[in-house]
Design a binder for this molecule. Structure first.
Ligand SMILES: Nc1nc2c(ncn2[C@@H]2O[C@H](COP(=O)(O)OP(=O)(O)O)[C@@H](O)[C@H]2O)c(=O)[nH]1
Ligand SMILES: [Mg+2]
Length: 400
């Protein structure tokens, strides 16, 4: 299982913290502990280095840069809510402005099947392999009732592939195609979650990190949006749906960082607007939707939460991967191993049943044989006294 100790480190300057201006040697724990344990905490002054582990973050960073990152993002939701458009908006035109674009440029057309696109991008020397998984929307005539199946099958199959690779010989270069994040689109036209949203989210929540979104939020007034967000959150809680929980950082983290986190957390479910058209306004180029009455700017925090969504993904990539590997995949693995174990136990009990049956048959055959022998000896006795015909093969008359 991949574990990366750099969790959260990529987004902060110095996760371990700079050495403090003090020198003390302290025993951790109570007096009781002092007798039995030898666990000391040492802090060295300023620039002084004994081991030099303050350079660990650099090493972790260098390793990550060399290895590159893999991240898989999926979009799920009713048909026509702007999933494909938002993916376009997120990645193909903006998210990594300085990226070296490879191949995939074409716009995503209406999705009828699961469509995985890969983008290899480099940002300030850091390589990212991004897999974008666009799924067929619910209510599409092509999938009808079983719309959830290909999506769940896809997620399970990625776990399965990882599991097989992990149990194989070459475990060094496992490609991680597990779905690390699922953007779940909720309709702006209703009053909250639909039954099919509840069903789908419940099928997904033990397998992927769900980030809920209010789709096409430009059609809602601020008041309507506020009410819809509240309803959605209330229904998520009521139905015990587990959505992605932001990690709790230590209280001594930089204030600014915690404030940012709090702002992101408070905006869930993020109200998004997607667009691919760029307009010129006031000498600036902005991505927006133009209506007869005005312009909705995708990147304007007063118009929607698109920037907050973008920030959440980019600053929580490692945490989303960690939760996938440590919790969601572990659940799958434990379940899988339990099933395997049950299978083995059933096979074992079947074979022992078979053995008992064979033993029983053996005993019956032995019994028959001894019966035959005694009959044969009786007959030969009779034959010698009455000179009657003797059977050469007594089995001919007795069916064994
Ligand atoms: N009003 C509005 N329309 C949108 C938005 N995003 C996409 N659309 C439109 O909704 C329609 C369906 O979009 P699409 O991305 O194909 O939806 P998908 O089926 O969920 O992938 C298209 O006509 C888009 O132009 C949005 O944020 N607001
Ligand atoms: Mg689509």
């Amino acid at each position: 299982m991949e574990r990366n100790s750099s969790s959260h480190g990529m987004s902060r300057a110095n996760p371990i913290g700079s050495p403090r201006m003090c020198r003390r040697l302290q025993n951790s724990g109570s007096n009781e502990d002092q007798k039995s344990s030898h666990h000391f905490t040492t802090e060295y002054d300023g620039e002084e280095e004994v081991i030099g582990f303050a350079r660990l973050p650099e090493q972790v960073h260098r390793r990550a840069v060399k290895k590159g990152f893999e991240f898989c993002l999926m979009v799920v939701g009713e048909s026509g809510l702007g999933k494909s458009t938002l993916l376009d908006t997120l990645f193909l035109t903006d998210m990594y402005k300085d990226r070296d674009m490879l191949a995939v440029q074409e716009r995503l057309s209406k999705t009828v099947d699961i469509d995985v696109k890969q983008l290899d991008m480099t940002e300030r020397g850091v390589k990212l392999r991004l897999s974008i998984i666009d799924t067929p929307g619910f209510g599409d005539p092509v999938n009808g009732e079983t719309c959830w199946k290909p999506i769940i099958d896809y997620v399970d199959e990625q776990f399965g592939q990882y599991f097989r690779a992990e149990s194989g010989l070459n475990r060094k270069h496992i490609q991680d195609t597990r779905v690390h994040c699922c953007l779940y689109f909720i309709s702006p036209y209703g009053h909250g979650l639909k039954q099919m949203d509840v069903d789908m989210m419940k099928r997904l929540h033990n397998k992927v990190n769900i980030i809920p979104l209010i789709a096409k939020s430009d059609i809602l007034t601020p008041k309507e949006l506020k009410r819809l967000k509240a309803n959605v959150l209330q229904e998520i809680a009521q139905h015990n749906i587990q959505i992605y929980q932001f990690p709790n950082f230590d209280s001594d983290d930089e204030d600014e960082f915690s404030d940012d986190e709090e702002e992101l957390r408070a905006a869930i479910p993020f109200a998004v607007v997607g667009s691919n058209s760029i307009v010129e306004a006031g000498g600036k180029t902005i991505r927006s939707r133009t209506y007869p009455w005005g312009i909705v700017e995708v990147d304007n925090p007063n118009h929607c939460d698109f920037l907050k969504l973008k920030k959440t993904i980019s600053t929580h990539m490692q945490d989303l991967k960690d939760v996938t590997a440590d919790t969601l995949y572990e659940n799958y693995r434990a379940e899988h191993l339990k099933n395997d174990d049950n299978g083995l136990r059933m096979a074992a009990s079947k074979s022992s049943e078979m053995e008992t049956m064979l033993n029983k048959k053996d005993q019956e055959i032995q019994k028959m044989k001894s019966l035959l022998n005694s009959m044969q000896s009786q007959m030969s006795l009779k034959g010698s006294s009455s000179r009657g015909t003797m059977l050469s093969h007594p089995e001919d008359t007795i069916n064994v």
